[in-house]
Design a protein around this ligand. Structure first.
Ligand code: ADP
Ligand code: MG
Length: 323
């Protein structure tokens, strides 16, 4: 198969969306943006050997390439609509492409996102996805919207993807009954689209957690010009985490581990009731982990009311001794 056959056969999928006037195959896709809407656009690239292992299961990779992009739409509170895909492949391996498409389209269909175009080039394996979503005019969960006194919240549990990575690398031994859970969190993250939409009128700011809570929350603190105070005892850690490492090591993974793709958001006290109703309605677990304070922009870690110092900034910390 040549490039055109591959695109036609694997990447041209009829969409149910009526707002796709022209999908793959012409010079551009033509998309009907709903009236009084904002377009939310985000791009992420995954490079083999940098963001994933070259031998990663293509189906998981197809899922993850789209999931990490949808996660950005979720963090903005947007409704996902369209996606384009630029693939750089070292060779045409149809089995690999089949697997990749299976993972990619399963997630795309789940959220009714249409693949509307892309590019195919030859070279070292790399995947670039651009997602497009819509928001009602005037909406959008920006990083600079937090106010002094807002609570800081996260969805789900934190650090599990980093724990999954360490398990794959043989650096920790997760008890048997928890292995599927951490592997899924690492390889098959689920973007918090519904939570993002529900937070649109409730949260004052939001972002998705791709690099660990401490570093990611620092972006919100800086953009909003205030201090983010975290209470480490409040950090939601999974049963898998607590069964594998100490609580302090769990905090460390939650604060500095990547790839969680949970949402972190701030909510004014006034909206606390609304928040509980809205997230209970969609069945998303969330936890209050701190609050925004006036002061020098940055993140402040506290434990039992006292300042807390991270033991290390890197995973190497966990390697020695007790394994
Ligand atoms: P051009 O030379 O005009 O850039 P291409 O040969 O790159 O055209 O692509 C032809 C058509 O196929 C375009 O509509 C493009 O959007 C679509 N396309 C290319 N690669 C992909 C892909 N991986 N997934 C979906 N559509 C694709
Ligand atoms: Mg092209």
């Amino acid at each position: 198969m040549n490039e055109f056959d591959i695109i036609k056969h694997y990447f041209t999928v009829a969409s149910r969306r009526k707002d796709v006037l022209m999908g793959p195959g012409d010079d551009c896709a033509l998309l009907q943006v709903p009236p009084n809407s904002l377009l939310a656009v985000s791009t992420d690239t995954l490079v083999s050997g940098v963001h994933f292992f070259a031998d990663m299961d293509p189906m998981a990779l197809g899922h993850k390439a789209l999931a990490v992009n949808l996660s950005d739409l979720a963090a903005m509170g947007a409704d996902p609509c369209w996606v384009s895909l630029a693939l750089t492949l070292p060779e045409v391996d149809e089995n690999w492409i089949k697997g990749f498409c299976a993972g990619f389209f399963e997630l795309a269909e789940y959220y009714n996102v249409a693949l509307v175009g892309g590019d195919m080039t030859r070279g070292p394996l790399s995947i670039t996805v651009t997602v497009h979503g819509t928001l009602p005019e005037g909406k959008g969960l920006r990083r600079n919207g937090a106010r002094v006194g807002d609570g800081i919240y996260v969805t789900g549990t934190l650090g599990d993807a980093a724990l999954g990575l360490q398990q794959v690398q043989g650096r920790v031994t997760v008890p048997e009954q928890h292995r599927d859970f951490v592997r899924t969190k690492f390889e098959h993250p689920h973007p918090r689209i519904l939570a993002g939409q529900a937070l649109r009128d409730i949260a004052s700011s939001a972002l998705d957690l791709s690099d660990g809570l401490a570093g990611d929350l620092a972006h919100v603190a800086r953009a909003s010009g205030m201090r983010a105070q975290l209470e480490l005892e409040q950090l939601p850690l999974s049963a898998a985490m607590l069964a594998t490492v100490s609580r302090e090591q769990g905090w460390e993974l939650a604060l500095t581990g990547g790839d969680d793709y949970e949402l972190c958001f701030t909510v004014p006290e006034l909206h606390r009731g609304l928040l509980e109703t809205a997230l209970a309605h969609i069945g998303v677990k969330f936890t209050r982990v701190g609050r925004m304070l006036a002061g020098e922009p940055g993140v402040e870690l506290t434990s039992e009311g006292r300042p807390y110092q991270l033991a290390s900034q890197s995973w190497d910390h966990f390697r020695g001794g007790d394994e």
